[in-house]
Design a protein around this ligand. Sequence first.
Ligand code: SF4
Ligand code: SF4
Length: 220
Amino acid sequence: MNYAIALDYQNCINCQACEVACKEENGVQLGAGKQRIWVGLVEGTTFGKPFANTYPSQCNQCIDAPCVSVCPTNASHYEPGGIVKVERKQCILCKGCMEACPYDARFVDDTRVSVDKCTFCDHRIAEEGTTACQATCPTKVRTFGDLDDDNSDIVKLLKTRRFFFQKEYTGTLPKLFYLLPEDESYARQSVSHETKIYTWKEIEPLYRQANIRRSKEWRR
Ligand code: SF4
Ligand code: SF4
């Protein structure tokens, strides 16, 4: 198993229903900056025309996660499916993981006295088969699934679309796949020239092998 999410971000209408669903599903602390998922907004102009791009985001469940390697107590660890989690009782709130994460995906949950982050709703995968954010989104931005399963919706989708990663240069093997917009004008205004665009065929061997290597460290 190698859980991941593909995001058809051009379809995001910034309703933030995913953020609300996540808070409700996971009992996340209320308040500014206390969130497991968020919607990034970038506004600008191209040739005098204003635009606003939305980038729904959350923890990338990186295969080579710096938040895990930096943790002095092993509170941050890998679980089956490659999900990165925090064992609250072991967290001493040193915040090293927050510094190490290139995606700013972690925060301190004051009510739980621990660092907190997205878990891909792992408590409900067996029964519901998906995350609260995917289930709630009215425009079906997210597709959750198993990269090791050729018949999963996410692999079927990745075989038909090209995609890129946020901050790929940090080398963490992130697992949020941003689908290149099919609308050419949206693609031009939301993807920089330097961004590498991939196909599933190109990326599959790297992600499959890295997951096998990392799975030896999964805490069961
Ligand atoms: Fe965007 Fe879907 Fe989240 Fe609404 S629920 S903000 S459309 S990703
Ligand atoms: Fe860790 Fe940040 Fe990667 Fe999530 S996105 S696994 S918190 S480094």
